[in-house]
Ligand binder design. Structure first.
Ligand code: SAM
Length: 218
């Protein structure tokens, strides 16, 4: 694929329209909207498909995976309530778009991807764009225990259940956002760690993600 990193008036305008659209769909967090307005989503697309980059749709990024729909990225980001300096673990780097949004929100991001081709691309492209998370290649269904605990964990693939190992990697007061369900659809679930062994679980809207594949997943 041929990638080009030019952000001209057409893409900037389309990005503004996307922000308005997300506001209309109910995204309220100003910091999230600002981040969406800043990150050039078309940089994650082959130039042939730039006209698709600011539509509110998921899009194939190769290796059978997708860049998440902007609404989904905004929805999960809003739920995370990222504070500056939060240590955030992201499971499923994919294109790296969500990673950039988390960095714009001020997080220190630890991001893991199981597919080598996607990992190889993001480790080059994101720093080129000025975004510097900590990159990992491997099975994120077990979290990344070496760098735990985290303030927040976000899973960007659909899980069959909540992997318990992830809960143990949350700080007290830490939050996990994870889509849980079958292959067809998943409920967005948030889990807040309120004590050593106490967790508060909330089930929210329905989404459709690619599957979380791994030791503690599908
Ligand atoms: N948020 C990403 C973006 O904006 O491009 C979208 C990610 S895509 C919907 C889900 C990603 O999770 C895929 O790239 C997939 O390879 C990855 N994935 C699935 N299971 C995984 C696992 N166990 N560990 C790490 N990554 C995984």
């Amino acid at each position: 694929m041929a990638y080009r990193f030019v952000d001209n008036y057409r893409e900037k305008g389309a990005r503004k329209q996307l922000v308005h659209h997300l506001e209309k769909r109910g995204i309220q967090d100003k910091a999230v909207l600002k981040a969406i307005g800043k990150v050039p989503r078309h940089f994650f697309f082959d130039e042939t498909f730039w006209n698709q980059a600011y539509r509110d749709i998921a899009f194939p990024i190769g290796d059978g995976q997708t860049i998440s729909q902007p609404y989904t990225v905004a929805y999960q980001s809003e739920l995370l309530h990222v504070k500056k300096g939060d240590r955030v673990l992201e499971i499923g780097t994919g294109s790296g778009y969500q990673t950039c949004i988390l960095l714009e929100l001020g997080a220190e991001v630890f991001t893991i991807e199981r597919q080598e081709a996607l990992y190889n691309r993001t480790v080059v492209v994101l720093p080129y764009m000025g975004y510097k998370p900590h990159f990992f290649l491997g099975d994120g269904s077990k979290g990344i225990p070496e760098h735990a605990p985290y303030d927040k964990i976000i899973v960007t693939a659909g899980a069959p259940f909540v992997p318990e190992v992830m809960l143990g990697q949350l700080k007290l007061g830490g939050l996990l956002v994870i889509p849980v369900g079958d292959e067809k659809e998943q409920k967005m679930v948030t889990i807040l760690r309120v004590g050593e062994n106490d967790f508060e679980r909330i089930e929210l809207d329905t989404f459709r993600f690619v599957p979380l594949v791994g030791d503690k997943a599908w």
